[in-house]
Write a protein that binds this ligand. Structure first.
Ligand code: TXA
Ligand code: MG
Length: 340
């Protein structure tokens, strides 16, 4: 795989990337959430290469990336007024809308589903790439299937190597956590995946929403196939700990991912302790989570324990990822007696 830096005088790099895509190749690129692995959405053969490169099962559909001002008629069959209002208010940005699919879009992209997920990224490199190609890009997160998402070009290279033609290196992704995925039907919204944009931000941007509900149970997994319980997971055995607790665990070689306010005196002395940031700055925690998980996963610990944030808003999206990284296993715990 070729890596091209995107820091300054890089128009040639952008043209190279656009050529690779137009020739049916794969290009990884930064978005404001995580790195994406892109192919031209209407090129079914190129899209199949994405599934092969990630080891992603064919029944897990891809997000189509666009520019907000594009005519979406070759992607989406119908845009209800609420979806249109959300696009106007929140695009470009980390909001993915699931809408009825156009017949022009290959079924490979949507895994045969009648709906398509579409989003307009706000990262300048993603925007310039879309403008240079002039066509929608199907792009999942640029990581091995079910592993931790990639927030740097190095992560992409570590995971996908030569199955990708090119990575545009735009430095670390800003948000560090994926977009929020919603389904819009009439005046109602179902949140299929919590993400970088909070439900409160959606409500504030578009006041006349009838209902916002969340597809909570995993019986709703078919509504958004990416909701598998094991997801975003390190290779090392990983469990979650409830916010403010330290689990009772026999294993000595534990790496504990926690927050700056945790009382270190409560933590078993044999454990390695890594701070994800402060609970008062969840944006920072989101930026750190995946790179920290990848880093500690290489350290050869017997067990990783990740404390949930227990916070609202972005905290709920983070706790969703922490729980999935732990395949839904929450350790039984001892509550802190002081501090934490
Ligand atoms: O921030 C992001 O969304 C990143 C960047 C690269 O854009 N992309 C990303 O893609 O996270 P991926 O493929 O890792 O996750 C896409 C999510 C999955 O949960 C998938 O099931 C859901 O979107 N999805 C895609 N198409 C869908 C559809 N037609 N119906 C329901 N859910 C869909
Ligand atoms: Mg993903």
């Amino acid at each position: 795989m070729q890596r091209l830096p995107m820091f300054g005088d890089d128009d040639d790099h952008l043209r190279t990337a656009a050529d690779v895509l137009c020739d049916g190749g794969l290009v990884a690129f930064p978005t404001e959430t995580v790195y994406g692995l892109g192919a031209i959405a209407h090129d079914a053969q190129a899209v199949r290469k994405i599934f092969a490169a990630k080891g992603r099962p064919p029944d897990d559909p891809l997000i189509v990336h666009v520019r907000p001002q594009w005519n979406l008629s070759t992607i989406v069959a119908e845009i209800p007024p609420l979806a249109s209002a959300l696009m106007d208010a929140l695009w470009p940005g980390p909001l993915t809308l699931v809408l009825p699919k156009s017949d022009d879009l290959p079924d490979t992209v949507t895994s045969g589903l009648p709906d398509v997920a579409v989003r307009a990224p706000s990262h300048p490199v993603a925007i310039r790439l879309l403008d240079a190609v002039g066509a929608p890009l199907a792009a999942p997160s640029a990581n091995r299937f079910s592993y931790v998402s990639a927030t740097t070009a190095d992560h992409v290279i570590d995971d996908l190597g030569d199955s990708v033609d090119l990575v545009l290196d735009g430095g670390p992704a800003d948000a560090g956590i994926e977009s929020t995925v919603i389904r819009v039907v009439g005046g109602s919204i179902t949140v299929l995946r919590r993400g970088a944009l909070t439900v409160e931000q959606i409500r504030n941007a578009v006041p006349d929403i009838d209902h916002i509900t969340e597809a909570r149970s995993d019986s709703d997994a078919t509504a958004s196939p990416g909701r598998m319980l094991k997801h975003y997971s390190p290779t090392t055995r990983t469990v979650a700990a409830r916010s403010g607790t330290i689990p009772n665990i026999e294993t000595a070689d534990v790496c504990f991912l926690t927050y700056a306010d945790t009382n270190a005196a409560q933590i078993p002395s044999s454990w390695a302790v890594v701070t994800l940031g402060s609970r008062d700055d969840l944006d920072q925690v989101a930026r750190n989570l995946y790179s920290t998980l990848r880093y500690v996963d290489t350290a050869g610990h017997d067990l990783i324990v990740i404390e949930t944030t227990g916070a609202a808003g972005l905290g709920e999206a983070l706790d969703d990822r922490i729980t999935r990284a732990s395949s839904g296993t929450v350790a039984s715990s001892t509550r802190f007696t002081d501090g934490g």
